[in-house]
Design a protein around this ligand. Structure first.
Ligand code: SF4
Length: 86
């Protein structure tokens, strides 16, 4: 009798594992989404800013299409509010 109760409890714990794994996965996806979407936060645009300021002339630009601050694909001709000339 005691062993069947223990087995039942163990089965319940095992059954809960996939749900726990799903919850962790969903949290990670949300965090990754937040990182991938900081272009709005920095008001990134796919065209040069005032006076021709653009990513290719910014110290944070990582050729060919990256940036140390703004995530995602960055155009050499883009611009954002973190622009800092080289
Ligand atoms: S900080 Fe802004 S302007 Fe500079 S490279 Fe990154 S996205 Fe372009």
């Amino acid at each position: 009798m005691k062993s069947s109760l223990t087995r039942g409890r163990a089965l319940k714990q095992i059954a809960g594992l996939p749900l726990a794994a799903l919850a962790v996965g969903a949290t990670l996806s949300a965090a990754q989404g937040a990182v991938a979407n900081n272009q709005k936060q920095y008001k990134y645009q796919n065209k040069p800013g005032a006076k021709g300021a653009k990513c290719s002339g910014c110290r944070f630009f990582k050729p060919p299409h990256g940036c140390t601050i703004v995530t995602g694909t960055i155009s050499p001709n883009g611009w954002c509010i973190a622009y800092s000339p080289k």
